[in-house]
Design a protein around this ligand. Structure first.
Ligand code: NAP
Length: 250
């Protein structure tokens, strides 16, 4: 029987990983999506949608579906599913490959203000600017809802829901974004501070280049740590190599 790989998805890398695995014949690939986005892009192989019901639920699913290896290619800020994947791998004895794109690094001209959480980012904002470009996603806006004096431009893929700051304008858009486009957004909306998660990757890095050129401060929310004992690979090629090694001979 073909070895079965579960890819925990929701990222560009997860899609590329499913592509790479399915091009090698003899591997069955199922990608799991949380179901947060109403129109996800096409994914190679099989797709399932929705939560598993915690680590135990995931472990049960892995046993039931006779999975041979788990690849966690979720977003660096999706800390709960990553913790659940580590726990479920331990419960089932299955190999786990965690793919985490590297975080962004500030350059000498960057004015970055690290924050440990969205709440800590909100605490920093009143001292940094008045017109905020908030690119941390539509979930988590509640952390900024009490900042009634500041103006927010919120960019998200799907429309956000309250609670959110009262003076909010919404820009619906999906990356990748260009430096020219990001510079235009910052200028047109007279943004004076940017807030971002340290998502890493090229698709959404242009805003940092644009902010640097305009001399704007950037609040950068740090990633949640990986679970104890988990080491990540940095890209799709390394994840594919690791999975092929693990599945060799199966
Ligand atoms: P999270 O906080 O780590 O997970 C919350 C719960 O959602 C999990 O406990 C799990 O439910 C379910 N879940 C998450 N990812 C799943 C997946 N790939 N397949 C099935 N169930 C999943 O996750 P999140 O931050 O809300 O992110 C949700 C999804 O969006 C992830 O797949 C992630 O890759 C993607 N994403 C997240 C961000 C971000 O900034 N957080 C950005 C871009 C894309 P159960 O416990 O019931 O299994």
């Amino acid at each position: 029987m073909s070895p079965h790989v579960l890819v925990l998805g929701g990222t560009t890398e997860a899609r590329a990983l499913a592509d790479g695995l399915t091009t090698r014949t003899g591997i069955r690939v199922t990608t799991s999506l949380a179901g947060r986005v109403t129109r996800p892009g096409p994914v190679a192989g099989e797709v399932r949608v929705g939560g598993f019901g915690g680590a135990e639920g995931l472990a049960g699913w892995l046993r039931e579906q006779r999975v041979d290896a788990v690849a966690d290619a979720t977003h660096p800020f999706a800390g709960t599913i990553t913790a659940n994947a580590a726990r479920a791998a331990a419960l089932t004895g299955l190999p786990l490959v965690v793919l985490r794109r590297p975080g962004w690094e500030p350059g000498p001209r960057d004015r970055w203000h690290p924050a440990a959480s969205l709440e800590a980012a909100a605490d920093l904002l009143p001292g940094l600017g008045q017109r905020v470009f908030l690119t941390t996603g539509r979930l988590g806006l509640a952390a900024f809802a009490h900042l009634t004096e500041l103006e927010f431009l919120v960019r998200s893929v799907e429309p956000p829901e309250p609670p959110m700051p009262p003076r909010t304008r919404v820009l619906l858009a999906r990356g990748p974004f260009t430096v020219t486009g990001e510079t235009a957004v910052l200028r047109d909306h007279r943004v004076d501070v940017l807030v971002t998660k340290d998502s890493g990757g090229a698709a959404t890095a242009a805003k940092l280049t644009a902010a640097r050129a305009l001399g704007l401060p950037v609040v950068v929310v740090r990633r949640p740590p990986l679970p104890d004992g988990v080491r990540a690979v940095p890209d799709v090629a390394a994840a594919l190599r690791r999975l092929h090694e693990l599945l060799r001979g199966r």
